[in-house]
Ligand binder design. Structure first.
Ligand code: TRP
Length: 325
């Protein structure tokens, strides 16, 4: 095949949901593209680099909390649990949990297929004898769990404050879907980021090395690659702002000058200063966090936080279908 044919073929092979979200999102006001499209191979790698940045406190804080919680988790968890991880990425924190509770199976779910299989393989080697059943899926649209884990009690693992990337309405919807998906008697171990001073929050999403900027801008490059886009990426800048009213960090891509481009042959124009909204990261205080979980069908039963109260790890129980009164 000629190079041109391959490139043409790439556009027609592009994920139709990606195309629809991008075309719809660029045409809408305010302009916004759903964050799940960050995570192509390059985006997933850049995200792993973010988790190692000095400014990005959530990963190391949560990892320390997992270490600290280990013995207690081991005592609290069911002996033959299946751990189901939502948005597993590189599964970097997973070994800590698996070592603590010694589960009967591990089910990593991630949207980035090759990334998922690679980390599932590495994990299988680190834990010989542990059945690993990777599921390539967007956990926002539940697919059936592997039949091998059907009869095992489930421990959902949802670290990284990923719940914060949804607004409260979608977060509650997802928590309820997880509650239905994991079943009666299930537990959920979830990481939630705290509200904290803006001088700590903003650099975590706008680091000195520009890795988060590269991660945000990779979305435009992905559009150019996969949707035949002509976006002048250098004419955009990464912005991270704290929206105090909504208690969230927002990431935007701001046009530095008037720009015109096409995506899939459709024309778009942004004036200087206009932005494309690409991500939210909601932060919760102690009560807000517990309230959100309860609204989603989960009762918090144990909570771990660091001395600065920058991040919280909460263990929850699936609410029974009916509670008195
Ligand atoms: N859920 C994490 C957070 O909000 C990770 C994350 C999602 C993230 N999208 C991001 C981190 C964009 C940096 C930039 O912090």
């Amino acid at each position: 095949m000629l190079k041109q044919e391959i490139e043409d073929g790439q556009s027609s092979l592009a994920d139709p949901a990606f195309r629809a979200d991008v075309l719809g999102g660029l045409a809408a006001r305010p302009r916004a593209i759903p964050a799940r499209w960050f995570y192509d191979r390059r985006g997933s790698e850049l995200f792993e680099a973010i988790t190692r940045l000095p400014e990005y406190y959530p990963t190391r804080t949560e990892t320390a909390l997992l270490e600290q919680a280990g013995p207690e988790l081991g005592a609290l968890a069911a002996t033959n649990a299946a751990v189901v991880e939502f948005g597993s990425g590189s599964s970097a924190k997973t070994p800590l949990l698996l070592r603590a509770i010694d589960p009967a199976a591990y089910v990593p779910i991630d949207i980035s297929g090759d990334f998922l299989r690679q980390s599932a393989r590495a994990l299988g080697q680190a834990f010989p004898g542990l059945p690993v059943h990777p599921v390539e899926a967007d956990f926002l649209r539940p697919v059936p769990l592997p039949p091998q884990v059907a009869s095992l009690p489930k421990l959902g693992f949802f670290p990284g404050s990923t719940i914060g990337n949804m607004n409260a309405w979608h977060a509650v919807e997802l928590l309820r879907a997880m509650r239905a998906w994991l079943g009666e008697g299930a537990r959920l171990l979830i990481g939630m980021d705290r509200i904290k001073p803006v001088e700590v929050l903003v650099p975590a999403y706008d680091d000195a090395q520009g890795v988060t900027a590269a991660f945000n801008l990779n979305l435009l490059e992905r559009i150019n690659r996969e949707l035949d886009g002509t976006i002048p990426v250098a004419a955009f800048a990464h912005r991270a702002i704290w929206n105090a009213h909504a208690a969230r960090i927002e990431m935007h891509l701001e046009a530095l000058r008037d720009v015109e481009f096409t995506v899939d042959n459709r024309p778009f124009a942004l004036t200087a200063g206009e932005t494309i909204h690409t991500e939210n990261s909601h932060k919760y205080g102690p009560n807000g966090a517990r309230q959100l979980l309860r609204a989603g069908g989960w009762t918090p039963i144990r909570e771990w936080t660091d001395p600065q109260d920058w991040f919280a790890l909460l263990l929850c129980e699936a609410q029974p279908l009916r509670t008195a009164p």
